[in-house]
Design a protein around this ligand. Structure first.
Ligand code: F6P
Length: 535
């Protein structure tokens, strides 16, 4: 098999072709592209794994896609994709495999990595989690006083929080009616106190979720929850109320959680790709085993599409190529994610970590400076609230901001008039961004330049399976973008410096360490904080 070219010269013929094509494409008007081709909508619509992507409202034609696909081929997208699914150590800076896709393989599948058969172990852990989750759901798992569990608190941050929080909200209508879910992530004690304030310790289950089990925020919150619990109960009662999800068995044991109450996962699952692992325990408790398996199957269906569809008809690849196109050739610096589904309101925040922690990098896989612009700012919130807040800027501001609209054609409620209004607003925004209003008889402030691109992602209904497919779609889009930029999307060294300095400053704030030579601004801030906190 030919090796992917990991360091193509910036003046590779594929890139040069894109540069000259982009000079023309920037002059195109989207409305004219539609006039020129009656079949444009169907030509630029793709279906996969229960999702439909209409990407016709973009500054591209067939030649654009061909040139972008050539570039993707030259970068080795297909080879690196296959290497990822195979379990090669493509996370080069940490020498790790990247195998979140293995977690959603069907039980009868096989995957042998370095002589180890993984699917059996994955299914064994899933069965353990499912057994526990069903006991909680059915009320068989009792608290220290014999009460059933009514509240589940996931304590974790980053990938150990955003995945569980986003998915539990997204699948709210599938959740067990007795159970309430809470997500404690911030080290800010205001959040801790507010979360604990309304809980009954006798019917609360804490899931301490941390891949490393050393993350400062999670450990401080877990210890605060433990202290709060012990004000009401005894040490021996902890076992019924605290479980852990981690790769770090010794740290979990040290915290006081027994091995039988720990749900492990492996280091080849990255934090922001971990919802499919035991990090998904709160989701599994919420929706139950069958729905959780459907969630995994939906993601697997997208994996199969990503693995087998040709690059020019491959949904994650197309999304990545479009994102790359705008970032490199239209000077866009952000991308808006607009779910027109209230239950997907946390999806933009989830994608912020997925995309920006993965691709916010400045050196290549080989350590050389990246010659292109990498991850744009990912932002967004649920429609239609966004229309009454910042959409003004999308329509008439000076920046070009590509939008991904995400919408379900049917609702899980019985207010059909409201659902029709939601759909109408979603489609209208995409149309308005593209068409604009250029009537010369209008005053300038009434003019909309239009020509602003968007993708429309449709699903029939938001279900465990379509949610699984949606997340997997964006995971693979993120991966492909990383390959196009020739960066390692699976490490996150950029978060380390702040963590180290925070520990140093913490020691200064509590007076346990000597002052470190800070700049005068930071030194003054520390002194000001100390003057209040030491009183
Ligand atoms: O912020 C860095 C990070 O390592 C994320 O990648 C991760 O999701 C988060 O912290 C939480 O880490 P852990 O699960 O080890 O507590």
């Amino acid at each position: 098999m030919s090796k992917p070219s990991l360091t193509p010269s910036p003046d590779s013929p594929e890139l040069a072709a894109l540069v000259s094509h982009a000079a023309q494409a920037r002059e195109w008007r989207l409305t004219e592209l539609f006039q020129q081709d009656a079949s444009r909508a169907s030509r630029f619509t793709l279906e996969a794994a229960g999702l439909c992507l209409d990407y016709a409202k973009n500054h591209l034609n067939h030649q654009t896609l061909e040139l972008l696909t050539n570039f993707a081929q030259m970068r080795g997208v297909a080879q690196l994709r296959d290497a990822m699914f195979r379990g090669d150590r493509i996370n080069v800076s940490e020498q790790r495999s990247v195998l979140h896709t293995a977690l959603r393989l069907p039980p009868e599948a096989h995957l042998n990595v370095d002589g180890e058969e993984l699917v059996g172990e994955i299914q064994h852990e899933l069965a353990r989690m499912a057994l526990f989750a069903e006991r909680v759901r059915q009320g068989d798992w009792k608290g220290y006083s014999g009460k059933v569990i009514t509240d589940v608190v996931n304590i974790g941050i980053g990938g150990s929080d955003l995945g569980p929080m986003m998915t539990v909200a997204a699948l709210r209508t599938y959740a067990h009616p007795r159970l309430r879910f809470h997500f404690l992530s911030n080290v800010d004690g205001h959040a801790t106190v507010a979360t604990l304030a309304n809980l009954d310790p006798a019917s609360t289950l804490f899931i301490v979720a941390s891949k490393s089990f050393t993350t400062q925020e999670t450990m401080l919150n877990a210890h605060a929850a433990r202290r709060w619990f012990l004000q009401h109960a005894k040490e021996k009662d902890l076992a019924a109320h605290f479980v852990a999800v981690s790769t770090n068995t010794s740290a979990v044991t040290e915290f006081g959680i027994a091995a039988e109450n720990m749900f492990p996962f492996r280091d080849w699952v990255g934090g922001r790709f971990s919802i499919w692992s035991s990090i998904g325990l709160s989701l599994l408790i919420a929706i139950g085993t069958d729905h959780f398996r459907a969630f995994l199957s939906g993601a697997h269906a997208m994996d199969a599409h990503f693995q087998h569809a040709p690059l020019n008809a491959n949904m994650p690849v197309i999304l990545a190529l479009i994102a790359f196109w705008y970032r490199e050739f239209f000077e866009t610096s952000s991308q808006l994610i607009a779910p027109y589904h209230e239950d997907l309101r946390h999806f933009p925040a989830y994608l912020q970590q997925l995309d920006m922690e993965s691709n916010g990098k400045r050196v290549t896989r080989n350590g050389e400076p990246v010659s292109m612009k990498t991850s744009p700012v990912i932002w967004g919130s649920a429609g239609t609230n966004n229309q009454h807040a910042y959409f003004q800027m999308l329509h008439q501001g000076t920046d070009l901001i590509p939008v991904d609209f995400i919408v379900a054609l049917t609702a899980t409620h019985d207010l059909p008039d409201q659902h029709r209004a939601l759909l109408a607003n979603c489609f209208a925004q995409a149309e308005a961004l593209m068409n604009g209003v250029q009537d010369p008889s209008l005053p300038p402030h009434r003019i909309f330049p239009g020509n602003r691109p968007s993708n429309m992602l449709l699903m029939e209904k938001l279900t465990p399976a379509t949610l699984g497919a949606l997340i997997a779609l964006y995971e693979h889009k993120t991966f492909v973008l990383g390959v196009l930029w020739n960066i390692n999307s699976f490490d996150q060294w950029g978060v380390e410096l702040g963590k180290t300095l925070a520990l140093r400053i913490l020691a200064e704030l509590d007076g346990s360490a000597m002052a470190y030579p800070h700049d005068s601004s930071t030194a003054a801030l520390i002194a000001r904080a100390r003057s209040l906190t030491t009183r």
